[in-house]
Design a protein around this ligand. Structure first.
Ligand code: 6LW
Length: 502
């Protein structure tokens, strides 16, 4: 019997899509402005998942270098057809709606072709594309008709419901104007469509209600990939809204047959904490839940929390960076190099307030977590930071004889500084449950920022963690903890990240 760990993928991995190929499963998620983009995880048992590569590993595959926060790689669909992996995705406020292919899911993937409207050289307008083929091999792209303005203005998008076009995949061009399909039970933001042929019937699965607490999954059934689709009597199939469940915002699902031959649904969710469970520090993660069928309709079980044991990651930089390291609108290799057992980051005039900082990091994967780095600031200034985006970030910076903790919270800045004569220091950035005596209670977590100087650990600051949560930042991503340089060259000798979900 398969053990369904939840989260299935810890840390910000929203909008999951999964495909079964033989006895393996391949899962893709959104990455927004981060690079490399669109990770592919592989499993042979749906329990252990290995990050095997990314779709976007080369400049130009995505156009994220100028996208606003939260733009970029939104909501892939991964499928396998005629011996090839296919992935469709919208590079929001970047290139547009794209189609990638690969013979090996680990890559290399193709450069990515725009899926063009009929009669123009413009990309199809919409998000959350899905791709499916009928028995004759005709490809259908089904998507959420969201018209995005140039910036991510919540009042700007116009929702046109769920739409579909037949596509000539050789020409990467729609063969018709978008047709509207069933678009849910009337909740807001019908999106994340997936079309399946199951036991001779065609199903259209969607998310509706918005990716926040009202998120839900609904389904409809028809006799053709084009519909018409009739709504399931039990819609919405899953939603955590108004429930006390520890996993909230459940929605944006994809169906697949699991190792036991039973159907499963992977979907996004959050693990909010605080007195009213208001703040989701890690952002939207990937979860999984069982699906059963009756009378030709699926029933999706509520998502049960089943956290994996805590982890400890120790990196001594004597080998190339592993695939978990990501950069902000730039590739890690543009920012840092591994040299002589150190990770060397060279400042380029940018700071974490800029679009493409000299920063490379990893997702925060645990609700209770501590990252420690040993760095040498004899040639520069830099440190350790946790970011949601340019406006919401916390820095622990060393150099020029001092260590400074700095909280940038939506334009409000507070700093704490301590003298530090040495060049080689240990910096510590921890997320801990709120505890009495810190004066900060009823929140998701508390950041503790400290430095070890000559063997003595000195705490500089404690900062309420709520400000770096997806609800406060309204950022589609999640916390990313990394190293950076703002002047000269900073070399990092060791990275230790450990945490758990207690
Ligand atoms: C994704 C869409 C959504 O494309 O957010 O809120 C977008 N819903 O399904 C990014 O995750």
């Amino acid at each position: 019997m398969t053990t369904l760990h939840n989260p299935l993928l810890n840390g910000f991995h929203p909008d999951p899509s999964v495909v079964k190929v033989g006895d393996e499963w391949f899962l893709s998620t959104s990455t927004f402005e981060y690079l490399p983009g669109i990770p592919i995880h592989r499993s042979t048992d749906f329990e252990t998942w290995e990050l095997i590569g990314h779709v976007a590993t080369r400049p130009g595959q995505l156009g994220v270098d100028e996208v606003p926060t939260g733009g970029g790689a939104w909501a892939p669909t991964i499928r396998h057809h005629d011996g090839e992996f296919h992935l469709v995705i919208t590079d929001a406020m970047g290139r547009g709606m794209l189609h990638f292919t690969a013979t090996d899911a680990a890559g290399p993937w193709s450069d990515g072709d725009l899926i063009l409207q009929q009669g123009t050289d413009e990309s199809l307008s919409g998000i959350d594309p899905d791709i499916v083929w009928d028995a004759a091999g005709q490809a259908y792209v089904t998507f959420s008709g969201l018209l995005l303005s140039g910036d991510l203005d919540p009042n700007a998008p116009t929702h046109l419901g769920i739409q579909q076009v037949k596509v000539d995949l050789d020409m990467h061009r729609a063969l018709e104007e978008p047709r509207s399909l069933w678009s849910g039970t009337g909740l807001m933001f019908p999106e994340a469509p997936h079309v399946y042929e199951i036991d001779g019937a065609w199903y259209l699965l969607i998310a509706e209600g918005g990716t926040e607490r009202g998120h839900a999954i609904s389904i409809a059934r028809g006799s053709s990939p084009e519909g018409p689709f009739a709504s399931a009597p039990g819609n919405p199939l899953v939603s955590a809204r108004s429930t006390p469940r520890p996993i909230q915002n459940t929605g944006h699902g994809d169906l697949v047959v699991g190792p036991d031959g039973e159907w499963l649904c992977v979907l996004l969710g959050v693990r909010p904490r605080s007195g009213t469970r208001a703040f989701s520090a890690l952002g939207r993660e990937t979860f999984v839940t069982p699906v059963t069928w009756a009378d030709g309709w699926p029933a999706i079980a509520p998502v049960e929390l089943a956290p994996r044991p805590g982890t400890r990651v120790e990196v001594s930089f004597d080998a190339p960076l592993d695939l978990e390291w990501i950069g902000v609108r730039r590739f890690p290799a543009d920012v840092a190099r591994v040299e002589g057992g150190r990770l060397v980051v060279t400042a380029d005039g940018s700071t974490l307030a800029d679009a493409r900082p000299a920063f490379v990091g990893r997702r925060q994967e645990h609700l209770t977590n501590e990252v420690s780095v040993r760095l040498d600031v004899s040639q520069g200034v830099g440190g350790l930071a946790v970011r949601y985006d340019e406006q919401f970030r916390i820095e622990l910076e060393a150099g020029r004889g001092a260590v400074t903790a700095r909280a940038h919270l939506g334009g409000v800045l507070q700093e704490w500084t301590h003298p530090a004569a040495g060049d080689v220091l240990d910096l510590h950035l921890a997320s801990r449950k709120p505890e009495g005596g810190t004066g900060i209670v009823a929140t998701s977590d508390v950041f503790h920022l400290a430095v070890t100087i000559d063997g003595e650990r000195i705490e500089l600051a404690r900062i309420d963690g709520r400000f770096l949560s997806s609800e406060v930042t309204e950022s589609f991503t999640g916390r990313v903890i990394g190293v950076y340089a703002v002047d000269g060259v900073v070399s990092f000798q060791r990275w230790i990240a450990e945490g758990d979900d207690e």
